[in-house]
Design a protein around this ligand. Structure first.
Ligand SMILES: Nc1ncnc2c1ncn2[C@@H]1O[C@H](COP(=O)(O)OP(=O)(O)OP(=O)(O)O)[C@@H](O)[C@H]1O
Length: 303
């Protein structure tokens, strides 16, 4: 087994966790180099990702480990792709140490957030797999971009609630906000598809699940060169709360008949009013969202 240099960018929220320290010690004992950089505040993750890009050659960094939740993974991937010049490829592979509350991306690739040592071992041992990246108006996402109902729930869920309740926090925030539910009106167009109407939510998935385990794009694959589009149309004559309850509890299977699902390489979403769109949980607002896939853009060490 070749010896790796794992550069870990550790979200400061998880810096005191004993299991992280034990996992780093154990992987060092396996003969690998592990250098840890801890974030303190917003902006640090991006800065440390760019620093790793600069130091990659000299320090022989083989794998950059995003140690945090979905937000940390997103910030690292987005910063790296922004920092890459032209068509260059990353000088190292990526891996994830799932230390967030939802960890949708990590769970989606089969990592178990309760086994941090196991996850760090995967980062050191797994073969890298070519992995697609999604982009919305030039900003990268790795797991899923969601707009409409799910978007405001995900980004407005109280961080303290998330810490205590984990993924279920999203559900509670969602239930609490049922009274404020409104539809968005928009036009959605892809290669050989166009749709206009009122919708409750839209998801464009590279990965399968978001919002704390809701499988909005159950057939999405990380390396097929496509994104999976799911539209949840605003129900006519149906009870909205009931529909969302089924969606949260059973995922798309709960309302297969009402969903519109397509596999796309690119999609344009245009809305009357600015739509909140979450890229792996990080919000942007716009009336025109150009979504596309960057096929096999990065190598990810995942089970
Ligand atoms: N030391 C720190 N203390 C608090 N927040 C931090 C710290 N360092 C970075 N951040 C912020 O943490 C956020 C990312 O957190 P995290 O990785 O847990 O994402 P998340 O989207 O909440 O994850 P998940 O949805 O999986 O729970 C970023 O907005 C970043 O600015």
């Amino acid at each position: 087994m070749s010896k790796q240099h794992l550069r870990v960018i550790l979200n400061g929220k998880a810096a005191l966790r004993d299991d992280v320290r034990r996992a780093v010690d154990a992987v060092r004992k396996m003969g690998h180099t592990v250098s840890v950089r801890v974030t303190w505040e917003a902006g640090d993750t991006q800065r440390l990702a760019l620093e790793a890009l600069d130091e990659a050659a000299e320090d022989q960094i083989s794998t950059l480990v995003a140690a945090g939740g979905d937000g940390t993974v997103n910030e690292i991937v987005a910063a790296l792709l922004d920092g890459l010049q032209g068509d260059k490829t990353l000088p190292f592979e990526l891996a994830v140490l799932p230390l967030g509350t939802a960890n949708d991306f990590a769970r989606g690739v089969g990592l178990d957030p309760s086994d941090i040592l196991g996850c760090l071992r995967f980062a050191a041992r797994c073969q890298p797999k070519p992995t697609d990246v999604g982009s919305v108006n030039g900003r990268a996402f790795i797991n899923m971009a969601t707009g409409g109902f799910g978007a405001s729930v995900t980004s407005e869920t109280d961080p303290n609630l998330k810490r205590v309740l984990g993924g279920a926090a999203y559900l509670f925030t969602g239930l609490h906000r049922f009274s404020e539910l409104a539809s968005s009106h928009g036009a959605i167009s892809a290669e050989d598809f166009s749709w206009r109407g009122d919708f409750l939510a839209i998801a464009v998935g590279n990965g399968k699940q978001a919002g704390g385990g809701v499988e909005l794009c159950p057939d999405a694959l990380l390396d097929d060169g496509f994104l999976d589009l799911t539209i949840v149309p605003y129900p006519r004559g149906d009870d909205v709360a009931d529909l969302l309850g089924r969606l949260i509890e059973y995922g798309p299977d709960g309302l297969r008949d009402s969903l519109i699902m397509r596999r796309v390489k690119a999609v344009i979403i245009e809305t009357d009013k600015p739509l909140q769109f979450n890229l792996d949980g990080e919000p942007i607002h716009d009336t025109r969202l150009e979504v596309s896939v960057l096929p096999k853009k990065i190598g990810f060490r995942r089970p």
